[in-house]
Write a protein that binds this ligand. Structure first.
Ligand code: N01
Length: 547
């Protein structure tokens, strides 16, 4: 597209800047697809990625055992039949190296790499009202002006290490699961401590246990976990998926989590315990989380119904763990199932039957800090050669607020969200024109098969930008009213569910000082998609489009 929007003035902030139509930040699933779509519109696109290649979260999280909790074929792009035909997944639940290979393959096939500048982090994006342009500045000192900025920064890309006393004094090795060394780590002969038993901890623990001389797991809150029953895909499964791709793509968007789900039409509380348990057991054997977790419509809105599935999961822990006291320590009792994200594991609970694995409940005996030679709890000291932090992420807003984003009149997004995020559709914020956030807060983001949510967001945003280009719209931003109403609705919807009852990254509760607010739209991707389509059909209702 001809560069008709390049600034002609000599504003000091722009003199060294090059110009492009759009800047995309991030090279995960969302960045790859967004760049491809904008390039297809004929726009000049620059994209930046901190890593040396594409992959996003799947580039960084290379810890042993890292695996997706969605089925491989479901967790991949569906918009391009050629791409789907050209790739064969090997396992039901793909491991990190295979997903990274897939994203490298997709980036090449979609020819997006040439738009990216890798190993480069975006530090700031500042709006200039006079020119209606963003100035994006990178850590390499490059400045780029652009009409549009699209953030594709992911929801789980800012790792969180607790500020333990003595962290610097510890003389052993430390690792965080989300920034694992690319060359791998050899724990042979070492005494290792893992802190955290969320998805990352639960995946890494069995493999560290196999290698280490001794493993001590420091657990604050036990997890509900589903045995993923991983296995190789059959040729028939792969062929079936490809043959039915279009139907699959259409269907996924009709479900709350972007996953075709077998939801029964009866509530859990309306049938007998025997019937319920038989249903749970049959669905446990399917090894596919949504089929089990969404068996009944009342599971996430009625605590008594939730307790029935929670108790079923607890029974699985008792069956897997030999020592009843250890089993009880591993049993979640303080929050509804699903209010913290369910984990998918391979041999997690059986790991505690090993003689060389110790479980420490730091709820009962809190961590005081690290010592030069290990970790101290209130009542004990543990000698360790290495500590693995599986302590999670500053989710959803963390990656966005890691960039100094300034909208109209210099207003920062950090100030704007000091009390929690406010958005329209999770995509835009008033006062921040032409800024589009993929999988932003108050969109369905992490409560879905995120690749489906990403495709919906990218396609909707592309349509909006195409509309702006066609109609000569210079700036688009949501109205303050639209933002206020959407934010209230997102919060009110969450209050009708059990999500607020869990202290997890879903609500920001895992980060000291972070405002507690649900970070997702809980109404389901199907409802959300309808709302977005309706907004578009109604001339982008709630957005101010200025020519
Ligand atoms: O992080 P988490 P994660 N002292 O926040 C504990 C995705 N993911 O990296 O629960 C002691 O879930 C914390 O304890 P508590 C997936 O969406 C997916 O594991 O706060 N402990 C918790 O046990 C997932 O949900 C996959 O009491 C402390 C753990 O650290 C999301 O990423 C794989 C502590 C953090 O768990 C995040 O998962 C990996 C402290 N000061 C990740 N601070 C798959 O696809 C924190 N903890 C399968």
């Amino acid at each position: 597209m001809p560069d008709t929007t390049a600034p002609t003035h000599t504003d000091a902030t722009h003199t060294d800047a090059t110009h492009t139509d759009a800047v995309v930040i991030g090279a995960g699933f969302s960045g790859i697809y967004m760049v491809r779509q904008l390039a297809r519109l004929g726009l000049d696109v620059r994209a930046f990625e901190a890593a040396e290649t594409v992959g996003g979260t799947w580039y960084w999280n290379t810890y042993p055992g890292a695996r997706c909790d969605c089925l491989s074929m479901e967790y991949s792009f569906s918009f391009d039949r050629e791409l789907v035909e050209a790739w064969d997944w090997t396992e039901r639940y793909p491991a990190q190296p295979e997903i990274l290979r897939y994203l490298e393959f997709a980036a090449d096939k979609l020819d997006v790499r040439r738009h990216f500048t890798f190993s480069t982090r975006v530090e700031s994006a500042v709006w200039d009202d006079e020119t209606s342009l963003w100035t994006v500045v990178t850590d390499a000192g490059e400045q780029v002006t652009a009409r549009y900025v699209v953030t594709a920064v992911g929801c789980l890309s800012t790792g969180q290490t607790p500020d333990f006393a003595g962290l610097d004094a510890f003389t052993g090795e430390t690792y965080h699961t989300s920034t694992w060394p690319k060359e791998g780590v050899d724990f042979t002969g070492k005494r290792v401590g893992v802190i955290g038993t969320g998805s990352s901890g639960i995946q890494v623990i069995p493999l560290v246990a196999e290698e280490a001389e001794h493993l001590t797991v420091f657990q604050r809150t036990p997890a509900f976990s589903l045995d993923c029953g991983n296995r190789a895909l059959t040729e028939e499964e792969k062929a079936d998926f490809k043959a039915n791709l279009e139907e699959y793509r259409k269907e996924t968007r009709k479900f709350p989590a972007g996953l075709i789900t077998d939801i029964l039409e009866v509530n859990a509380m309306d049938i007998s315990e025997e019937e319920r348990t038989a249903i749970y057991e049959e669905r446990w054997q399917r090894h596919r989380a949504p089929d089990l977790l969404m068996s009944f419509p009342d599971l996430f809105v009625d605590r008594a119904a939730n307790e029935t599935i929670a108790e079923f999961f607890r029974g699985k822990i008792r069956a897997a763990v030999d020592d009843p006291e250890t089993a009880e320590t591993l049993t979640p009792r303080t929050y509804p199932l699903g209010a913290k994200r369910i984990t998918l594991d391979t041999d997690y609970f059986a790991t505690y039957n090993r003689d060389d694995v110790t479980l420490v409940s730091v709820k009962d005996d809190p961590i005081v800090g690290l010592t030069p030679t290990g970790l101290a709890t209130q009542d004990n000291e543990y000698e360790l050669d290495a500590v693995v932090f599986a302590t999670g992420f500053d989710a959803v807003t963390g990656p966005l607020l890691g960039i100094d984003i300034r909208g109209r009149e210099g207003q920062t997004l950090r100030d704007r969200w000091a009390d929690g995020p406010t958005t329209y559709l999770g995509i835009g914020v008033d006062g921040f024109p032409n800024l589009f956030m993929l999988t932003g807060p108050q969109s369905p983001n992490v409560l879905t098969n995120v690749v489906v949510a990403i495709e919906q967001h990218v396609e909707w945003t592309t349509d909006l930008i195409a509309h702006m280009e066609k109609e000569g719209v210079r700036t688009t931003e949501p109205t303050p009213t639209a933002v206020k109403e959407w934010t209230s609705e997102a919060l009110a919807l969450a209050d009708q569910t059990l999500y607020p009852e869990g202290d997890s990254w879903y609500t920001g509760a895992n980060i000291p000082g972070k405002p507690r607010a649900i970070l997702s739209y809980v109404g389901g991707l199907h409802t959300y998609t309808d709302i977005c389509d309706d907004v578009a059909a109604d001339g982008y209702r709630g957005f101010e489009l200025v020519r």
